[in-house]
Ligand binder design. Structure first.
Ligand SMILES: NC(=O)c1ccc[n+]([C@@H]2O[C@H](COP(=O)([O-])OP(=O)(O)OC[C@H]3O[C@@H](n4cnc5c(N)ncnc54)[C@H](OP(=O)(O)O)[C@@H]3O)[C@@H](O)[C@H]2O)c1
Length: 268
């Protein structure tokens, strides 16, 4: 599906992968509706999109508030005619051991509220328009780490797994009504999100431009999944042997963290 003239609602587009995806889609002639909290950053991305000659509207919104989502989606629906795709990309990540989260239930609540409930709420608001049109594509952003379980991201990965499950239900129930879905399983990508963890400074990561290209591909080709071969294999192995696939790699992950920490200490 060519993106020229297609209206894409893209959340989390004030920075990182979302901002770059907006510019790439603008180059292909898409019309962009950008959603995130920080208006100034959204304006900067809007300017980059408009420099590509594309239409761009911004909708500052805190997607962890159901009321704010309601108001934002109503405004988008009022201002836009056909809406071709919704990309639920906004998210918050927390890296913390479960053992240090015993009195931090709010970590789980906050993460689920934005990464899962926020995405579902936006989807539910746009679905009636998609049904009216007879088409609509929903792209939900997840992580390689739900395919190969890594430690220390319990709140984040649970929220992403919930979103994957919702996506499958959406596809199963509404596919015959013209609703299509893609789940994108990103590996580590160099963005403000991953840069918040100091020891990741020297970790090899996907370039943000390449990750943005995956979002473009999700909107253009509409596959049910975009993932690395390693992630696809991980999903199969995890389904077949959850115990060993969860337990066996853990010493490797602990070793990798130690190596990254010592590299950071040496190089600064
Ligand atoms: N980077 C990675 O290594 C990696 C790996 C796997 C998956 N992912 C996924 O890729 C997606 C993009 O992540 P990124 O790395 O590009 O992160 P990022 O640079 O931190 O961008 C996150 C985006 O989400 C928005 N956001 C955060 N809280 C929000 C809220 N309450 N309401 C509205 N918008 C909010 C931020 O905008 P405001 O602050 O302006 O609101 C920002 O635009 C996420 O779904 C993430 O989980 C990333």
């Amino acid at each position: 599906m060519k993106l020229k003239g297609q209206t894409i609602v893209l959340t989390g587009s004030s920075s990182g992968i979302g901002a770059e995806a907006a510019v790439l889609m603008a180059r292909r002639g898409a019309r962009l509706c950008l959603v995130a909290r920080r208006e100034e950053q959204l304006r900067e991305v809007q300017q980059r999109v408009e420099e590509e000659g594309a239409y761009c509207a911004i909708y500052p919104c805190d997607l962890s508030s159901s009321e704010a989502i309601e108001a934002c989606a109503d405004q988008i629906l009022r201002e836009q005619q056909d809406i071709h795709a919704l990309v639920n990309n906004a998210a918050h990540s927390i890296r913390r051991p479960i053992e240090q989260s015993l009195d931090r239930l709010h970590d789980f609540q906050r993460t689920v509220q934005l990464n899962y409930i926020g995405a579902v709420a936006m989807t539910l608001k746009l679905l009636p328009r998609f049904l009216e049109q007879g088409h609509g594509h929903v792209v939900n952003i997840s992580s390689l780490s739900t395919q190969i379980p890594i430690p220390l991201f319990s709140a984040y990965l649970a929220s992403k797994s919930a979103l994957e499950s919702f996506t499958r239900s959406l596809q199963a129930e509404m596919g015959h009504q013209g609703i299509t879905t893609t789940v994108v399983y990103f590996p580590m990508v160099r963005t403000p999100m991953s840069s918040r963890t100091a020891i990741y400074k020297y970790m090899p990561m996907m370039h943000v431009q390449k990750a943005a290209g995956w979002i473009v591909e999700a909107c253009e080709k509409r596959p049910s999944r975009i993932a690395r071969p390693m992630g696809k294999l991980g999903s199969v192995l995890l389904a077949a042997a959850p115990g060993p696939i969860t337990n066996l790699p853990q010493p490797l992950f602990r070793g990798m963290d130690k190596l990254l920490a010592s590299r950071l200490k040496k190089k600064g």
